[in-house]
Unconditional design. Structure first.
Length: 400
């Protein structure tokens, strides 16, 4: 083996152009394979990020109100990752007033001072926040705490409210004093046309505060951990609460996931085609590399070297080329994949995607490089097999 290694090393350093060409060809193909692995990993990470952040879930409604016991039963299903109960009513702010002049229908001051009070177990799951129509600009949303309020920026400015301020909501003799924990901005449709239905006059509070004002549970919103788990969550919910009306939102995100899957399939086909073409070129060049050395092989056979020693020498030479190419491909391939990931995130403009760290696992790189080495081995075998199966006398006679 040491003799084969010595001959292999001398052949590499004495023919630098040929060696550099082989390393370059291998590096190009290996880089394509590593980059292909990185692109597939990136697309998988993007799909998973969208799959988990898309808000796949269902809404439960009662007739006419939602039963609290059944709503909580759905919340404890293992397929449900998050939930929020809602209760809505109208109330009059004391020590504050509704934002005037924003609705299509104007009422007398004595009737137009109400605001919409939306009790929510998790305001982030409210459709306007899920759809990015509303966005939190200061503080936090309404959660499991008590006496909390999330108000619109216009309402806060109109009433000189800031995070930490308090105000009172009244309705038919009941009153609740709430503390502003957050301020939101944005605009959503107002189907009623009344001033109280405007986004500026919507006040989100905790469910308990809304119920103290006489609000009844109107809906429960439940999110699955991912879009793939939504069918199982719906099936479990139907069994747990057969009397409730369940509306799923799969129709909203199905086109997005379908489009991503289509792009992923197309990209996979293109990259596999590119890798196959590069692998074929590498195999062909490797075969010609061996066939072009028939004179050298004949001389080695003439001086008594065995076929096994010659094959070992060729394998060692190609191994050195592959090792150098693998190092280059690992660095360049990861840089290309990282650039692609950055481009995807930049064009997506999504906070969910910006939090994803796109990396290529060591196992993926090893598999990609292993395929490249296998292709190289096949090319060398294709080139050396017809020569090695001939008798030494025939090889030597063909040289004359």
């Amino acid at each position: 083996m040491s003799d084969a290694w010595s001959r292999a090393w001398r052949c590499i350093i004495r023919r630098p152009r040929r060696s550099a060409l082989m390393v370059l060809l291998m590096a190009v193909v290996f880089t394509a394979l590593v980059a292909q692995s990185g692109v597939r990993s990136t697309m998988h990470d993007v799909k998973q990020a969208i799959n988990t952040s898309i808000g796949a879930g269902f809404t439960a409604h009662g007739e006419p109100t939602l039963d609290a016991e059944q709503a909580e039963r759905l919340a404890h299903l293992p397929e449900v990752a998050q939930h929020s109960l809602e209760a809505e009513t109208l109330a009059t702010p004391a020590g504050a007033s509704a934002v005037p002049g924003t609705g299509g229908i104007q009422l007398d001051p004595e009737f137009g001072g109400d605001v919409s009070v939306i009790g929510a177990g998790n305001s982030a799951l409210y459709p306007a926040f899920q759809g990015s129509l509303y966005r939190l600009v200061e503080g936090s949303g309404v959660g499991s705490g008590k006496r909390q309020a999330l108000v619109h920026r216009a309402f806060a400015e109109h009433n000189s409210l800031t995070v930490g301020s308090t105000f009172t909501l009244t309705r038919e003799g009941a009153e609740v004093t709430v503390t502003v924990v957050g301020i939101f901005d944005g605009k959503a449709d107002n189907p009623s046309g009344l001033p109280s239905g405007d986004s500026e006059n919507q006040v989100f509070v905790d469910v308990a505060s809304a119920q103290e004002l006489g609000a009844q549970l109107s809906a429960g919103r439940y999110l699955a951990a991912s879009a793939d788990q939504l069918p199982a969550a719906l099936h479990a919910a139907e069994r747990a609460a057969p009397d409730l009306v369940l509306d799923d939102n799969s129709a909203q995100f199905a086109p997005v996931l379908h489009a991503i899957a289509g792009v992923e399939r197309l990209l996979t086909l293109l990259l596999l085609g590119l890798s196959a073409a590069g692998g074929s070129v590498l195999a062909l060049v490797s075969a010609f590399w061996v066939r072009g050395r028939i004179r050298e092989i004949g001389i080695l056979l003439a001086v008594g070297k065995s076929k096994g020693a010659i094959v070992a020498q060729l394998a060692l030479e190609s191994g050195v080329f592959a090792l150098i190419a693998a190092v280059i491909a690992t660095v360049v391939g990861q840089l290309l994949s990282s650039h692609l990931a950055s481009t995807v995130v930049a064009h997506a403009g999504s906070e969910a995607l910006s939090a994803v760290h796109f990396t290529i696992s060591a196992s993926s790189i090893a598999i990609a490089l292993g395929i490249g080495v296998l292709v190289t081995a096949v090319g060398i075998t294709v080139g050396v097999f017809p020569i090695m199966r001939q008798r030494p006398q025939h090889i030597l006679s063909s040289m004359s």
